[in-house]
Design a protein. Structure first.
Length: 558
């Protein structure tokens, strides 16, 4: 196939006498006569100086550009935004985090569509970059490859690995008087030693791993460290790969199938990934026209064991997994035990099974991945809970917990700040179930992550002594007896809006139950007295609040 035949969209913008003005604009940015005969390849980069997750992505974008150019394309780098979740955490800024996923998707789709690009390489580093890029890829309908910016190296403090979650938990220890200000400062200074996304199996590494399992990134790429030359080579290979997809006529929706999403769920369960995976995978799937729901996670959770000893519920980080074969080695183990669909197509143009043909599963000498016959948990750690507090479902992560059930009196707060103040002041007691509501997609708006309060709880030694439930979200770094994504949310009149202090709430992570001992008649009376708070008006958050769907539907705006 000639290069001109690969101009599946750009020909309309570049060819013929009536497009002389269009070409004139492009000549000003370096295009030549020959370039107008080549397919136009977008390099969507979320490079930014505001977060270590993205500070190095300019280098990767240049590598992807070089790869696309060498393979016969004419590449153009363009930018999209990022939000630094770790910096936005614990205050009003976090309301913008989940909406940023939609902004990223909208912006990439807009440029690819407006410029009539023939293919795209999307490069992301922080939590919302991955699903944002994937939503755009699913919408844009041109051949595409995703590149993950890679994981950060752990810091070191007192001979122990530390990371950003260590800093959040140190705040809790400081508030409880367990460490002094000098120790808190020392942890702060050691936690983030350089470029890359948070090092544990938090949301960034979870979503990058899931995307690799789906088949939308190159095999092994998730495990490449942000600071490694392997990551640069991967980005260059992605630029070449997207031309191969264009030549083969292989489009994202050929890869984004129901079995491919089941592969992603299986890997996420085995890795012990973030609860945010449920939200993001449902959003990506539905955007791609795939019917994925919480019921699919419930079904897969019963089949797939938890195998990997990774933070936050475990002890190790992505660097350690990479050293023993990375994501491909875990995928090979799952494939050998019939838990992956090996016939799914990937961005290599080959199937999952073909990509894994030469890969070995983790050997017996390592301690990152447990033997399949002796898993950390016989079933997956991401549990869907239902009951009269969550008719449409809620999500908990039960890995690493000694206690997965609590029944106690509700301590009800209408925002994260009020709950945090109560915890710091010691007004929450062991046995309580803290309820944080009006923090859902519409009610927040923005469905804030609550790593700050959960880390304080852990730092105070209350991690499994209390329960915490919310219609908001949790960071991938959160651990403890916590339940998020409660649907319907309080803002739309979900049962969580009707709770009162002292109501007896049951959280059971093994049975998958989230309920309250309140009769239907009492609920009906409370509902008759309830009125919805006004929605946020104006700006990004106001628009988001009006458009966004519920958490059980992926919290999407379109």
């Amino acid at each position: 196939m000639s290069k001109e035949q690969l101009k599946i969209r750009s020909a309309v913008a570049h060819q013929g006498p009536y497009r002389a003005p269009n070409r004139a604009m492009l000549r000003a940015v370096g295009f030549t006569d020959e370039d107008f005969e080549r397919p136009l390849i977008g390099i969507a980069s979320s490079w930014s100086e505001i977060t270590p997750c993205n500070v190095h992505l300019d280098r990767l974008a240049l590598a992807a550009k070089a790869g696309a150019r060498a393979a016969g394309g004419v590449p153009q780098i363009f930018g999209t935004i990022t939000v630094a979740d770790g910096i936005a955490m614990g205050h009003e800024g976090m309301r913008y985090s989940l909406p940023s996923r939609e902004v990223i998707a909208d912006s990439i789709e807009t440029v690819v569509g407006a410029q009539r690009m023939d293919a795209v390489v999307a490069i992301g580093g922080c939590d919302k970059n991955m699903p944002g890029c994937m939503l755009a890829i699913a919408r844009s309908g041109v051949p595409a490859v995703f590149v993950y910016g890679g994981t950060i190296l752990p810091g070191s403090h007192r001979g122990q690995d530390v990371d950003i979650v260590s800093a959040f938990e140190a705040v809790g220890a400081y508030s409880a008087g367990r460490i002094d200000a000098d120790e808190l400062h020392a942890v702060e200074c050691a936690a983030c030693p350089g470029p890359g996304a948070c090092g544990g199996m938090y949301t960034a590494n979870t979503m990058a791993s899931a995307i690799e399992a789906i088949g939308m990134s190159l095999p092994g790429g998730t495990s490449n460290l942000a600071v490694s030359e392997d990551k640069v080579r991967e980005a260059e290979a992605a630029g070449r790969a997207v031309l191969n997809l264009l030549e083969q006529g292989l489009y994202p929706r050929d890869i984004l199938t129901k079995p491919a999403f089941e592969n992603a769920i299986a890997l996420t369960m085995a890795l012990g990934g973030s609860t945010n995976a449920l939200l993001h995978l449902i959003a990506i799937a539905r955007t791609a026209g795939v019917d994925l729901s919480l019921a699919d996670f419930e079904r897969m959770q019963k089949r797939v064991p938890h195998l990997c000893d990774l933070k936050p519920s475990g002890h190790l980080v992505m660097r350690d997994l990479g050293a023993v074969g990375g994501v491909p080695s875990v995928m090979k183990l799952l494939l050998q035990h019939g838990l992956l669909h090996g016939d799914c197509l990937t961005v290599t143009g080959r199937t999952v099974a073909e990509n894994l043909a030469g890969v070995q599963p983790p050997g017996p000498e390592q301690r990152v991945v447990a033997p399949f016959e002796e898993p950390l948990r016989r079933t997956g750690p991401l549990v869907v809970l239902r009951g009269n507090l969550a008719p449409d479902g809620a999500v908990a992560k039960v890995s690493g917990l000694r206690r997965t059930r609590i029944q106690g009196p509700a301590r009800v707060f209408d925002c994260e700040e009020a709950a945090t103040e109560a915890v710091v002041q010691g007004r929450v007691r062991p046995g309580d179930v803290v309820v944080i509501r009006y923090e859902g997609p519409k009610g927040g708006p923005g469905m804030r992550e609550m790593l700050a309060i959960t880390a304080i709880v852990v730092g105070q030694g209350l991690g499994e002594a209390i329960g915490l439930i919310t219609d908001g979200r949790f960071s991938g770094g959160t651990h403890g007896l916590v339940v998020g994504h409660i649907s319907p949310e309080a803002q739309v009149g979900g049962p969580i809006a009707l709770l009162e202090d002292g109501d007896v709430v049951t959280v059971d992570g093994e049975a998958g139950v989230l309920s309250v001992q309140v009769s239907e008649a009492e609920f009906a009376g409370r509902r008759a007295r309830w009125t919805a708070p006004p929605l946020r008006q104006g700006g990004v958050l106001g628009k988001y609040a009006r458009l966004v769907s519920g958490a059980s539907d992926g919290a999407v705006t379109g």
